[in-house]
Ligand binder design. Sequence first.
Ligand SMILES: Cc1cc2nc3c(=O)[nH]c(=O)nc-3n(C[C@H](O)[C@H](O)[C@H](O)COP(=O)(O)OP(=O)(O)OC[C@H]3O[C@@H](n4cnc5c(N)ncnc54)[C@H](O)[C@@H]3O)c2cc1C
Length: 314
Amino acid sequence: MDLFYKKKIYALFPQITEYDVPLSQLSQWRIGGKAEVVVRPRSKKELIKIRQWLYLNDLKSVIIGNTTNLLFSDEGLHVVVIQIGSNFSGLKIDGVELIAESGIWIPSLARVAMQAGLSGLEHTCGIPGSLGGLIVMNGGSQRQSISSVVRYVEIVDNKGKIKRYTNKECDFSYRNSIFQNKDDVIVEVGLILDTNQDKNDIRREMLRILKSRRKKFPQKQPNCGSTFISNLDMYEDYGPPGKIIEGCGLKGLSRGDAQISKLHANFIVNTGRAQANDILYLINIIKETVYKKTGYQMIVEAKFVTSCGDIISL
Ligand SMILES: Cc1cc2nc3c(=O)[nH]c(=O)nc-3n(C[C@H](O)[C@H](O)[C@H](O)COP(=O)(O)OP(=O)(O)OC[C@H]3O[C@@H](n4cnc5c(N)ncnc54)[C@H](O)[C@@H]3O)c2cc1C
């Protein structure tokens, strides 16, 4: 990025701008080169100002949340990174509607819903990302997705304009939404929950889910959750991705410090100083081997962020 613009961003937004941030420290997978500029807006108003300024100066940006679904390039990031995190954690309950800012941490959101006796978010209680990221990915667990409780999604577009999408307009499908192809920053989400469950039952269900995740998923080594999406047809023929990868004899395979987890083969863990290229190598080996054995193309859930700020499917 041009040094002139780097200095200008810092001059305009000094308290929220950071230079040359190592993505190997910032990212969940602990992988990636340096991000030249990271801005962390503290309010919708500030975000609008940033987006308007970037638009007027024809500067590209990339939006990130908690990075729990992102693999960053070893080359780093040469565009402005807008990170939506704990500054956007406001939350309001209005009857059965929960109105939340997009940076809220999902486990906290699920806990607040449970405490208010509202059900519908139990399946999300162990997902370590932000609500904005969950909406973009239409994430969830236990074969459920966040889309089933979304009433609206409010965004700030690349020109700094606010817009609201209804659930239908979000065009949700399994682990996908319209936002994967848009340059919109999600700022707020309205969720319609249920009052038909006892608070203690909601709590028990959440504890059951957390216990089972702790047993099945690697806890200590950095990872990005499930690497591959479960495909319904493939599931019926061969089972879930982890079982198929294990059946291909790939569990435990390493390249550099990247390893197909010995605990759960649908996780690729960073055992030290793994590079993005090591992860990409293992993903390709899995895809090729599974295709040869089953005829199914595995779909990668994690997204790759190029050094130019494009977020691409692998
Ligand atoms: C240990 C572990 C377990 C996981 N388990 C699950 C699981 O059970 N189910 C599941 O679905 N996922 C799971 N994930 C993946 C991940 O947590 C979810 O996809 C999560 O919701 C992503 O949120 P994030 O804030 O980390 O988004 P990021 O990874 O930062 O970004 C993901 C995508 O969302 C976009 N984005 C993020 N925030 C915004 C915003 N405010 N506005 C616009 N775009 C935005 C980014 O541009 C990117 O395209 C897991 C990950 C880990 C590490």
